[in-house]
Design a protein around this ligand. Structure first.
Ligand code: MG
Ligand code: MG
Length: 252
């Protein structure tokens, strides 16, 4: 069941997302080679709490971290650990906040120091695919219009679109209906309505789209061991039109 949000609810979600944006900006200046993903996790938790929010992921289905920390061939859901970030790594950082009963959720893939041109392009195409999808998020369009635009942008660059994990509605729950796949047919799926709030989050593999889950039960990795990137933004359809609640790099 899809829960459409009132303007009042969207305003609380905007505030939740504002906390998340501030934490991301803080972490962008903090993350560097030589630190562990647990160091980043501790900083994220401290910053979220200092801004009046709660970490959304900690304890979710017993997930132990504030962030999901996925490095290189890790796609999503990596558990923060003593792994040391190294120059040349790409680090997917996924994070959520709960504030006044409402969730926000966003992800970025960060370069650690100098990265290869190949990795840089993968990160850029992944990010841009989200904003391609956002162009199709408007009242009266269908969800498949969003999915197909994301897929087309990614496949134009010959990358693999992960199928097993998808975006989602968000609100009083971290994951709500509808599911938002990163592949699909335009003109299909539910109609987009005012009050819809969704997280769009393509996971993009440099090689094949195939993934597997490690024995820890969480970490998703590429089957071929090649790099993967992730970018997630939360978008609301407000009375004034679509609004990207989590974006801080660019106005849209
Ligand atoms: Mg997320
Ligand atoms: Mg999400």
């Amino acid at each position: 069941m899809i829960s459409l949000k009132s303007e009042r609810e969207i305003e609380i979600m905007r505030q939740s997302a504002n906390i998340l944006k501030k934490v991301f900006i803080e972490l962008l200046g903090f993350v560097k080679e030589g630190m562990t993903t647990l160091d980043v996790d501790a900083k994220a938790e401290k910053t979220i709490r200092s801004l009046g929010g709660e970490p959304a992921f900690k304890g979710y289905r017993d997930f132990p971290g504030t962030i999901c920390a996925s490095v290189n061939d890790e796609v999503v859901h990596g558990i923060p650990s003593k792994r040391v970030l190294q120059e040349g790594d790409i680090f997917s950082l996924d994070m959520g906040v709960k504030y006044q009963g409402y969730y926000s959720d966003s992800a970025r893939t960060l370069p650690i120091g100098q990265i290869s041109a190949e990795a840089k392009k993968l990160i850029e195409v992944t990010r841009d695919s989200v904003f391609e999808g956002v162009q199709a998020i408007k009242k009266g369009n269908r969800l498949g219009d969003v999915s197909s635009r994301i897929q087309k942008h990614i496949e134009k660059h010959k990358y693999g679109v992960v199928r097993e994990f998808v975006g989602h509605g968000i609100g009083k729950e971290l994951h709500e209906d509808p599911q938002v796949p990163n592949y699909g047919e335009s003109g299909t799926g539910i109609e987009l309505k005012e009050g819809l709030v969704i997280a769009v989050e393509p996971m993009v593999n440099l090689g094949s789209a195939a993934v597997c889950i490690l024995d820890d039960g969480w970490t998703v990795v590429t089957e071929d061991g090649r790099l993967s990137a992730h970018h997630e933004e939360m978008i609301a359809i407000t009375t004034n039109g679509p609004e990207v609640l989590t974006s801080f790099e660019r106005d849209i």
